[in-house]
Ligand binder design. Structure first.
Ligand code: ADP
Ligand code: MG
Length: 297
């Protein structure tokens, strides 16, 4: 891991997470070789900004009591896989103080895909297909490395810059799991309910296909602006347990049959019937996305 310290917080809060806050930070050089142990240098110490910005995920150890393993997992997985794909947010450094854990990550200053959708309402199919292809490319890489993300959703997809949709990065490995064998079954009921696959609720044991289900839910949402399975008062719709959903008219009238077929093949009840990431990349709907030469890992 490269050393990016010393860092100074710029004061901009990028987002709030389950266990803490994500802040913008800037790499600084210190005057007169002042040696300080505190990684986030006190503002009174003379500092010169280098202009290099990062995102600093600060996790409060008090908040993570009982769920330490999840946070440790996030660091372990990011350390192992984040440099292997250019659409995964890189972990540059990691350090801790008695009260907090700090993750120094690539700064994604373009905000969340979620905010982008909320601004736009919904997407043109070409744009949605481009986004989904990037996500599939990342997920194919994760699954090949036996990592299940478990929290794929527009809040965890961030734009490195606002310039182009191709700058999308997958982030938040807070619920991810490294499988010991490719077919290892997980059982902990985890995730964001709207995106959770039926097998998670049914306590049947689950694996990589839960990410494919989440991508199906997200594609549906990108194209029409609402979810295939409603969530009321935190309780998930029973229909999810039967994978029962509709392409309601008039909202879906102008959307291609390829898009509907793509979604349907990700929202199969039986996880073995669902397309894998590699299969989904080859689905005809993916040819709606503009081809980017040199895209990929
Ligand atoms: P949690 O695991 O608690 O959901 P996240 O890692 O998703 O935490 O971070 C919470 C929010 O902080 C994100 O939804 C996003 O808005 C912002 N954020 C996280 N990482 C970055 C980053 N690398 N660059 C910019 N903003 C970020
Ligand atoms: Mg998150």
């Amino acid at each position: 891991m490269t050393t990016v310290k010393p860092l100074a917080a710029t004061g901009r809060i990028l987002g709030n997470g389950t266990f803490g806050t994500v802040k913008e930070a800037i790499k600084v050089t210190l005057d007169n070789n002042i040696i300080v142990n505190n990684p986030l240098h006190h503002p009174r110490i003379p500092q010169i900004s280098t202009g290099e910005k990062y995102a600093l995920k600060v996790i409060n150890k008090n908040h993570m009591r009982g769920r330490e393993q999840l946070v440790r997992n996030e660091v372990k997985i990011l350390k192992e896989i984040s440099r292997g794909h250019r659409h995964i947010v890189t972990l540059h450094e990691y350090f801790e103080t008695p009260n907090s854990l700090y993750l120094v990550l690539d700064l994604c200053s373009g905000g969340e895909l979620f905010e982008y959708i909320m601004e736009k309402g919904s997407f043109y199919e070409e744009n949605a297909a481009e986004i989904i292809r990037t996500v599939l490319d990342c997920v194919a890489y994760l699954h090949e490395n036996n990592v299940v993300h478990r929290d794929i959703k527009p809040e965890n997809l961030l734009f490195r810059s606002k310039d182009s949709l191709s700058q999308l990065m997958i982030s938040d490995f807070g619920l991810s799991k490294m499988l010991e064998t490719p077919d290892m079954m997980l059982s902990t009921k985890l995730g964001t309910p709207t995106y959770m696959a039926p097998e998670i609720f049914l306590h049947k044991g689950y694996g990589k296909p839960v990410d494919m289900w989440a991508i199906g839910v997200m594609t549906y949402f990108l194209l029409c602006g609402f979810f295939p399975f409603a969530l009321e008062g935190g309780i998930v719709d029973e229909k999810v347990l039967r994978a029962e959903f509709y392409f309601e008219e008039p909202y879906w009238l102008d959307i291609s049959s390829e898009a509907k077929d793509f979604i349907s093949k990700l929202l199969y009840l039986n996880p073995h019937d669902r397309m894998t990431a590699v299969e989904a990349i080859k689905h005809p709907w993916m040819s709606f996305a503009p081809i980017q030469l040199g895209d990929g890992s």
